[in-house]
Design a protein around this ligand. Structure first.
Ligand SMILES: Nc1nc2c(ncn2[C@@H]2O[C@H](COP(=O)(O)OP(=O)(O)OP(=O)(O)O)[C@@H](O)[C@H]2O)c(=O)[nH]1
Ligand SMILES: [Mg+2]
Length: 356
């Protein structure tokens, strides 16, 4: 799973990207600002670390997400637009988009379009996603029209797709995103290979000045989920030794680094949950889509476990923690034996019984 950070030039994308990458322990070569940067970050989750304290495993593995930092999009003219277009493919290959927009005042940093206007920037980005999709839909319609004229091919299927593409074109021409137009699972399946940009979940990051932090900020901006943070402060936090971070955050009126909240918000925005496995070799958080069944989740670990699935011995993390250990959880009647079709819940600790 990959999240792309996009935004106008100089909005703070790379500063934020570096903060979350460094904060989760990976070094970064940021010497080429005109190039995309990719990092894998750990998803903050105290549960896997608490379990590791109990089991003392050789290895502790939290869930991970990949982040892609793209160069700023200057959409004020044709040359900039063409440069931005180069990155559409990378965005299509990402499952989620984070719009980083500038909300800080600082005369030392040149402002895009000579103004600080996060609302305007978000709208411009959304419109660009819609243009990108409309280009794809228009090309597809032309192709379908051509194949309708040929004597061969499955005409019914082509017509069905044509109808859908025309509906999408209408939505996009009204400047609405594809996500508004796709209403059934069949439609979703029909368009999945296009990886439309305006169909992807979006999180808006308002890169604010220090003074805007710590208070109550809205959780939505322009009708989308949002986060208020300061990329510069995140950078400072990431550079501090772990032991000094708490005090620094408390001085700012914060309880956790915004980078952590950002990673978490993307994890949730992607509709992902974690289940946990324990043992002396490894304590680990595994990433699955919410709604995944026990046997599908087993396949994430190893296809043998899915193939030879007998039962998923399952206990919720909170129940396990209050009972203290497996024995206690069993005594309290909190350990369940679940079958193949059980829908795995976030924080389930699972011990698979299987036979191959
Ligand atoms: N005052 C202030 N400056 C910031 C903040 N975040 C980033 N900057 C500054 O803004 C400038 C641009 O930051 P980058 O992180 O490189 O921005 P970017 O979005 O990656 O830029 P491009 O990739 O060129 O589009 C740098 O000089 C940063 O130090 C912030 O929260 N406050
Ligand atoms: Mg950058």
């Amino acid at each position: 799973m990959r999240v792309a950070l996009i935004g106008p030039p100089q909005s703070g994308k790379s500063t934020l990207f570096q903060a979350i990458a460094v904060g989760s322990g990976s070094g970064m070569d940021m010497s080429r600002p005109d190039q995309p940067h990719l990092a894998t970050v750990k998803v903050p989750d105290e549960r896997v670390y608490w379990l590791a304290e109990q089991f003392n495993p050789k290895k502790t593995t939290p869930a991970e997400l990949a982040f892609l930092d793209l160069p700023g999009f200057d959409l004020t003219g044709d040359a900039g637009r063409q440069r931005a277009k180069i990155h559409w493919a990378a965005m299509r290959q990402s499952e989620m988009l984070v719009f980083v927009v500038r909300a800080f005042e600082d005369d030392a940093v040149a402002a895009y379009r000579d103004r600080v206007d996060p609302g305007g920037d978000v709208e411009e980005l959304l419109t660009e996603m819609i243009f990108a999709d409309l280009e794809q839909v228009t090309n597809r319609i032309a192709k379908l029209e051509a194949s309708l004229k040929k004597p061969v091919g499955n005409k019914d299927e082509i017509k069905r797709e044509m109808e859908l593409m025309e509906k999408l074109a209408g939505t996009l021409e009204d400047e609405r995103p594809i996500s508004d137009a796709i209403t059934t699972e069949i439609e979703a399946k029909m368009v999945s290979s296009f990886a439309f940009l305006s169909q992807k979940p979006v999180l808006i990051v308002l890169n604010c000045g220090e003074d805007a932090l710590g208070g109550e900020n809205p959780s939505e901006f322009a009708g989308r989920p949002c986060l208020y943070l300061s990329a510069r402060i995140e950078e400072e936090i990431a550079e501090l030794p772990a032991g000094e971070r708490g005090e620094f955050l408390a001085d700012l009126g914060l309880d956790s680094p915004a980078g952590d909240r950002l990673i978490r918000a993307c994890y949730d925005g992607l509709d992902l949950v974690s289940f946990l496995t324990t043992g002396e070799d490894e304590c680990r958080a595994w990433t699955i889509r919410s709604g995944t069944t026990a046997v599908e989740a087993a396949g994430e670990i190893h296809s043998d476990i899915a193939r030879g699935f007998i039962r998923a011995e399952t206990v919720a993390y909170d129940d396990y923690k209050s009972a203290g250990d497996m024995k206690g959880a069993r005594a309290a009647g909190k350990v369940r034996l679940e079958g193949k079709g059980y829908v795995v819940q976030d924080g389930d600790i699972i011990n698979y019984r299987f036979n191959v």
